[in-house]
Design a protein around this ligand. Structure first.
Ligand code: ADP
Length: 485
């Protein structure tokens, strides 16, 4: 069902305008309120100059009802005409006077899935999906269509491989659908190394969620793959899904997590990475002792201020607000269990209470993720660890031999690339010999080995003597010396 119309200039409207040449008035009576304008989305396809895919144009059908409830046409547009503004004409590559065919576009009900192909690591999927939804809001995508999207300065080309409609048994595929804030976007890697999530109902059981370990080495994090997989499943999997899915499942997003374990094991590295993954930029990191102030009431204010950005964003942008990741290092400094400090002032208690109030207050805010870190979980006020607060607790412990190997590889990568490492260096053996070393200590071993190697090149008698860059080599012996330092 379509009708042929002649293109004219728009009478100053942003939207394409036509009269009721296509829709029958009785059709409209059902859902039109007299005196209002009804906006219908029509797809104008098979333009005279053929387009490779149908172009969606919002067409405003003027419904001027007179007193008798009779529809009257738009006075400036004759029947059989469609008014397009200059931009729309350019998009459609048509000019005034061209004949086009227009048909009514009914977005598939509950259109909910667009499957795009790209080559990216899984980690960007959450952020990227959000940005794509914003960028393509209210646009229609069609199977086979290629869309370009600029992300972090790179242009990515996505192919819409399938558009499916959720909840329609049997007919699960749709030719095209409109992107809304609820559209669930699934990324399918175009090469075999990438990930593939089939659709949202299967997503929960698909590989990415079942994966036991992630390889984080390319992100500069050694070991910790299992911990990351755990965090991913417990704290962010739910954020991959659009709000209406999570609300149907009756789940709430995790708004707090605690990373605990010995110092130097990569808690900060991990928290930063999580922050970056979730919103594409460096997260805010605060340090417990820095928040403390000796002035009365000042620490409470500092705690409140941490949440100010998220609150403002929520106030102005509602559901469209970004996720705010707040990383709180040494959270034990301000959250020691209440009553444990015997200064009798109760100041500590009021700080803890302030933080709890803020965390509980973000209930309605789905836009905060607080990541606390501590070496002393035992000192923390228990109230902080209850459900709804820092509820996901993940221990980051000392690396095992394989983790140590990965950490050593990460920290020797640069010198290896530049051939500053001697072939006799056996990282596997070093990993075996460094039981109970933390990541930070392993980094220290590498630094110290380098210092031995550099020292060999220097002549103490003449520090101005030029160093022969080529001959710098860090040897196994340097590493062994470093271990005994
Ligand atoms: P934490 O927050 O657990 O005290 P950090 O993340 O600040 O530890 O680690 C300090 C430094 O030690 C890091 O910047 C990094 O160079 C090194 N490091 C620690 N753990 C790891 C790890 N798992 N992989 C790679 N480097 C690590």
């Amino acid at each position: 069902q379509s009708s042929t119309m002649i293109v004219t200039n728009t009478p100053g409207a942003d939207l394409a305008v036509t009269n009721l040449a296509y829709c029958s008035p009785s059709d409209l009576h059902n859902f039109a309120v007299p005196g209002t304008k009804l906006f219908l989305a029509l797809v104008a396809n098979s333009f005279v100059l053929s387009l490779s895919y149908p172009l969606l144009i919002y067409i405003c059908i003027h419904l001027d009802f007179n007193f008798d409830g009779i529809l009257t046409p738009h006075e400036n547009i004759r029947t059989g005409q469609i008014a397009l503004n200059a931009i729309q004409r350019r998009h459609a590559r048509v000019s005034s006077g061209d004949t086009i065919s227009v048909s009514r576009f009914v977005p598939p009900e509950d259109f909910n899935l667009a499957l795009l192909t790209l080559e990216l690591e899984f980690i960007d999927a959450v952020i990227l999906a959000n940005q794509l939804r914003k960028r393509f809001a209210k646009q229609v995508l069609t199977s086979g269509q290629k869309v370009t999207f600029e992300y972090h300065g790179n242009n990515y080309i996505f192919t819409v491989t399938q558009a499916a409609v959720e909840g329609r048994e049997g007919s699960n595929d749709a030719e095209r659908g409109m992107i809304s804030s609820d559209t669930y976007i699934v990324f399918e890697a175009s090469n075999s190394s990438g990930i593939k999530i089939v659709n949202q109902r299967e997503a929960a059981s698909s590989n990415i969620f079942r994966q036991k370990e992630f390889n984080l080495q390319s992100l500069g994090i050694g070991g910790l793959g299992a911990e990351f997989a755990d965090i991913f499943r417990r704290a962010f999997a739910s954020r991959v899904f659009p709000p209406h899915v999570t609300s149907k499942l009756g789940i709430k997003h995790v708004k707090g997590m605690l990373l605990f374990g010995p110092p130097g094991t990569g808690k900060t590295l991990m928290a930063r990475q999580i922050g970056k993954m979730l919103n594409g930029r460096e997260p805010k990191i605060v340090n417990g002792p820095e928040v403390l102030s000796k002035f009365v009431g000042e620490t409470e204010k500092n705690v409140r201020d941490l949440f100010a950005d998220a609150e403002n964003d929520q106030r102005t942008n509602g559901d469209q607000s970004e996720l705010h990741v707040i990383i709180f290092d040494e959270i034990d400094a301000i959250c020691k269990s209440r009553g444990s400090t015997r200064d009798g002032t109760g100041v500590h208690d009021s700080i803890v209470n302030q933080l709890l109030t803020k965390i509980d207050g973000v209930e309605s805010l789905n836009n905060v993720l607080l990541i606390g870190m501590t070496n002393r979980k035992d000192l923390l006020d228990e109230a902080l660890l209850r459900p709804g607060r820092l509820e996901v607790q993940v221990e980051i412990s000392l690396p095992d031999e394989n983790g140590r190997l990965q950490i050593l590889q990460i920290h020797t990568n640069k010198m290896k690339e530049n051939s500053f490492i001697s072939p006799d260096v056996n990282l596997q053996e070093l990993a075996a010999r460094t039981k109970n070393y933390s990541g930070a200590e392993l980094e220290g071993v590498v630094k110290s080995a380098v210092s031995f190697a550099l020292n060999r090149q220097l002549s103490l008698d003449d520090l101005t003597k030029p160093v022969d860059e080529e001959s710098i080599k860090v040897t196994m012996n340097d590493f062994l010396h470093a271990l005994h330092e």
